[in-house]
Structure formats: structure tokens, C-alpha cells
Design a protein around this ligand. Structure first.
Ligand code: ZN
Ligand code: ZN
Length: 140
């Protein structure tokens, strides 16, 4: 699907202060099971659709966005009022940005393309037999 035929995806944080849109389809949807994603999500990890950073437009709440750079891994961006994790991958400096799928306002209809950092699966975490490629660390 070309970018011109694509209806922009809209997303927002829990408090509604931050609103954004993604003007192009995701090129990959990945579940990350790394330690950082567990911490920031409060769950088994993050699930993100990857888009070109230039295709992401902040519609409201730019002043609420805070980016945290951990010692290891890429910077994560969240709403400083409600804590919703919005973007990973070093947004806005990086060419590509993982957008957290649960922040989309309409349920995402696609499926996963990759499981990443499965070496960091928690003892209480079990991957489904979904046939999706798995990588110990980041996906190529
Ligand atoms: Zn918020
Ligand atoms: Zn991760």
C-alpha cells in the first residue's frame, strides 16, 4: 500500500494530553521482551509498529513528551502526566521509530512480524505457538 492510500493511524496517551498520527503503514510489528520494555510497560514487554520518524506527527501535547535515555538501549518517550509509553528507538532523532501499538485509538488489525529479546523472557512468560520468528536479541 502506498503512503497516499494509507489512512493515518491516530494515537494518544492515557490522559489524552498527547495525540499523534502516523501517516504511513508500519513496515514491521514487533514484540520486545527485553528487560527495559518490561520495566516501562509493567508487563511482559512492548509491542510496537515501526514507522519512519518523519511519518509521525505530534498533534497535541508536545510539551508533555519526555524522552528518557537508559544506559543500555535506545531512548524511550512517554507522557510526563500519565506515564504512557509512546515511542521507543530514540525518537525523534532516529530515522525509524517504534510506536507502541496499545496507544493507537483504533485496535490494530495486523499481526506480529517478530519477537525480539526472547532471551529475556520472564519465568512467568510463555510465548504462544504463533509461528512468528524469534530472535534472542534485536531483529535484523
Ligand atoms: Zn498522558
Ligand atoms: Zn525492548
Amino acid at each position: 500500500m502506498s503512503a497516499s492510500e494509507h489512512t493515518p493511524l491516530r494515537g494518544s496517551c492515557l490522559c489524552g494530553g498527547v495525540r499523534f498520527e502516523v501517516a504511513e503503514p508500519f513496515d514491521r510489528v514487533g514484540a520486545c521482551h527485553c528487560e527495559s520494555c518490561k520495566k516501562i510497560s509493567g508487563g511482559p514487554g512492548t509491542v510496537s509498529g515501526r514507522a519512519r520518524t518523519d511519518a509521525i506527527r505530534i498533534l497535541a501535547g508536545e510539551e508533555l513528551l519526555t524522552t528518557y535515555q537508559p544506559e543500555d538501549g535506545s531512548a524511550k518517550t512517554f507522557c510526563s502526566r500519565c506515564g504512557t509509553n509512546l515511542f521507543g528507538g530514540g525518537w525523534p532523532e532516529s530515522p525509524l521509530t517504534p510506536v507502541r501499538l496499545p496507544t493507537l485509538d483504533e485496535p490494530f488489525e495486523g499481526t506480529l512480524d517478530v519477537h525480539m529479546y526472547v532471551r529475556s523472557l520472564a519465568p512467568w512468560e510463555e510465548l504462544p505457538e504463533d509461528g512468528v520468528p524469534r530472535y534472542d536479541e534485536r531483529a535484523p
